[in-house]
Design a binder for this molecule. Structure first.
Ligand code: SOE
Length: 381
């Protein structure tokens, strides 16, 4: 018998749409015991949220997130609003006994993240951070290959996350669509927004980070406010960030992220080099994992593409026939399915808040290192 989970979503932007799509498609592709019910959507503007709710199939609307949390018919709160609101909503939701699903990064910084962890753990409510790229089948396959010991000892990890959408000096900061450029709402720039993805993936694949040394740059020092045309304010975010990592297992890594890499749109890549094999992934060709196996016969040994669409590849038995690729939106459906399966089995899916706090701690260490020019040890979650 199915167990309905009544969801209340807060926010209607890019992630509000991606999550709504996941809730509406889940049961068509996955057979979980717990199933989401799209109960209520919440945002300050009634007209906007009513239009959004109608388009995606949310049953009702609220204009105050506190009222949503108080509703007895809501079991789970999904947070899809800018980062500076994550902590207050998550803590209030946990106190009200609701499950909490939160967009990445977990928080503005690790101290907020700790409060959020304590709140959900004290309340004993299931919780999740939507690091959706773990649910790209090719990345999940990479994880499986490392787990099976196929790479041997890992020496190197190289992560890149490159975009180019903020190069124009005329782009304002803040407001509904550009809050990622406003440090008061985002907490940081590419470090929290993009490198958090890369760090989560890296730690999932090869383990925790011991210490980092970083450099950041803000190329455009002032921008107009989107909501107050004519008012120009300093830019407080990091436009670009590069850092070196010592992993706890002895591997070393390099990471780079920017929104100024002309030509790169969502170029989220990694390469892992182990003693026995190596892997390369590029999100812009997300259906492939490049693999090099040193055990192959020497005369044909080389990098080859694995087309990750067979039914024995992660998640793919739920989708189409071999050769038919899935896309960005499916990573959220896969993530939701994992969360619900965690409820079914009692084994929580990852990353939960505590796991995402580890990523937040690496982000904090990266930003601290960029400020001081020193190596920084990553704190304990
Ligand atoms: C930024 O442009 C952004 O939308 C991130 O916020 C997302 O997390 C990333 O997946 C795509 O890029």
């Amino acid at each position: 018998m199915s167990k309905p989970i009544n969801v209340g979503i807060i926010g209607y932007g890019f992630m509000g749409r991606a999550h709504s799509n996941a809730y509406s498609k889940l049961t068509q592709f996955f057979d979980t015991e717990h199933v989401p019910v799209m109960k209520a959507a919440c945002a300050r503007n009634r007209d906007t949220i009513t239009e959004f709710a109608g388009r995606w199939g949310w049953e009702s609307v609220e204009t105050d997130w506190r009222a949503l949390i108080e509703r007895p018919d809501i079991d789970a709160i999904d947070i899809c609003v800018p980062n500076h609101l994550h902590r207050d909503i998550a803590v209030a939701a946990a106190r009200a006994g609701k499950m909490v699903l939160c967009e990445k990064p977990l928080a503005m910084d690790a101290s907020e993240g700790r409060e959020m962890c304590e709140a959900v753990e004290r309340a004993g409510v299931p919780n999740l951070v939507w690091f959706n790229y773990r649910r790209v089948p090719a990345i999940a396959l990479a994880h499986q290959l490392v787990d099976e010991g196929r790479l041997g000892r890992v020496f190197h990890y190289r992560g890149l996350y490159l975009q180019d959408w903020t190069i124009s000096e005329d782009l304002p900061q803040g407001g509904h669509t550009l809050w990622r450029l406003d440090v008061a709402e985002a907490g940081s720039g590419v470090t929290g927004d993009l490198l958090a993805h890369s760090i989560d993936t890296a730690m999932w694949l090869i383990g925790g980070v011991d210490s980092v040394t970083a450099v950041t740059e803000t190329f455009i020092k002032e921008r107009e406010l989107q909501d107050e045309p004519g008012k120009v304010m300093p830019v407080g975010i990091d436009d670009a960030c590069a850092f070196l990592v010592k992993f706890k297992n002895g591997a070393i890594g390099t990471f780079e992220s920017t929104r100024y890499a002309r030509g790169r749109k969502n170029f989220n890549t990694f390469e892992v080099n182990g003693a026995k094999a190596a892997m390369y992934f590029n999100l812009e060709e997300a259906h492939k994992l490049l693999y090099y196996d040193h055990a192959d016969d020497g005369i044909i040994r080389g990098w080859h593409d694995v087309l990750v669409t067979d039914s024995d590849h992660p998640y793919m038995s739920h989708w189409w026939v071999p050769g038919c690729v899935i896309g960005y939106e499916h990573t959220f459906i896969n993530a939701l399915a994992d969360f619900l399966t965690g409820l079914d089995t009692g084994v929580p899916s990852q990353p939960d808040f505590r796991c995402a706090l580890e990523t937040q701690l690496v982000c904090d260490a990266v930003l601290a290192s960029a400020r001081t020019g020193q190596w920084v040890r990553v704190g304990e979650a």
